[in-house]
Design a protein around this ligand. Structure first.
Ligand code: GSH
Length: 199
């Protein structure tokens, strides 16, 4: 399998962490691209032109990070990151959606902030930032509701917080969130996170 990624993409990082946690790296070749340069080899596989994009050995492409994560989870051995059924399944999926939503808000706020000053909307940036902060307020409750072992919820929230550190340090998300900060410090020490830290 080939995984198109960019080193700073939080969506790609989530999938790269899953591939490592599921012990799949012997089967995954990671290919770094710059999606904004419109690489044809990426656009041929994912017409949306986004990373991550996983290309299977038969040439089939899988994209959108939650779909890739679920695909990789199904390949690995040991306890799945997404429980197959029961109440835990939806706790994990909702925590994963929270992490994905924080990542979306952070990514879109970054894009908006980079537009030329006369085209930029501070109102839009502020709205995304408020969503990030509200979500951080709730994140520890979601993490506390998850099963004890590592799940997709932990990975999506952890990679989202990593992206806040990369692009939105001025949010100071740790302020007033001591237990979340302590949780992240431990999560971030995992080899899967260290190996995928943005260069
Ligand atoms: N919903 C997608 C979002 C992926 C995404 O937006 N990736 C960004 C990089 S962080 C990208 O490739 N952007 C290039 C573009 O939008 O043209 C996912 O979860 O995989």
């Amino acid at each position: 399998m080939q995984l198109f990624y960019s080193p700073t993409s939080p969506y790609a990082r989530k999938c790269r962490v899953v591939a490592r946690e599921r012990d799949l790296m012997a089967d995954v070749e990671e290919l770094a691209v710059v999606p904004n340069d419109d690489p044809p080899e990426l656009q041929r596989r994912n017409p949306l032109g986004k990373v991550p994009c996983l290309v299977l050995d038969d040439g089939a492409a899988i994209f959108d990070s939650p779909v890739i994560a679920e695909y990789l989870d199904g390949l690995g051995s040991g306890p799945a990151l997404i429980p197959a059924a029961g109440p835990a399944r939806f706790k994990v999926l909702v925590a994963a959606a929270l992490g994905q939503g924080v990542t979306d808000a952070a990514y879109l706020a970054t894009g908006e902030s980079r537009r030329p000053a006369d085209k930029r909307s501070q109102e839009v940036v502020d709205r995304y930032r408020a969503a990030m902060l509200r979500s951080v307020d709730h994140m520890m409750d979601h993490l506390n509701g998850l099963p004890g072992e590592l799940t997709m919820g932990h990975i999506a929230c952890g990679t989202a917080l990593g992206y806040l550190d990369l692009r939105h340090g001025d949010l100071k998300w740790r302020d007033g969130h001591d237990s979340l900060a302590a949780w992240f410090e431990e999560f971030n020490a995992r080899p899967s996170m260290q190996e995928t830290a943005p260069a």
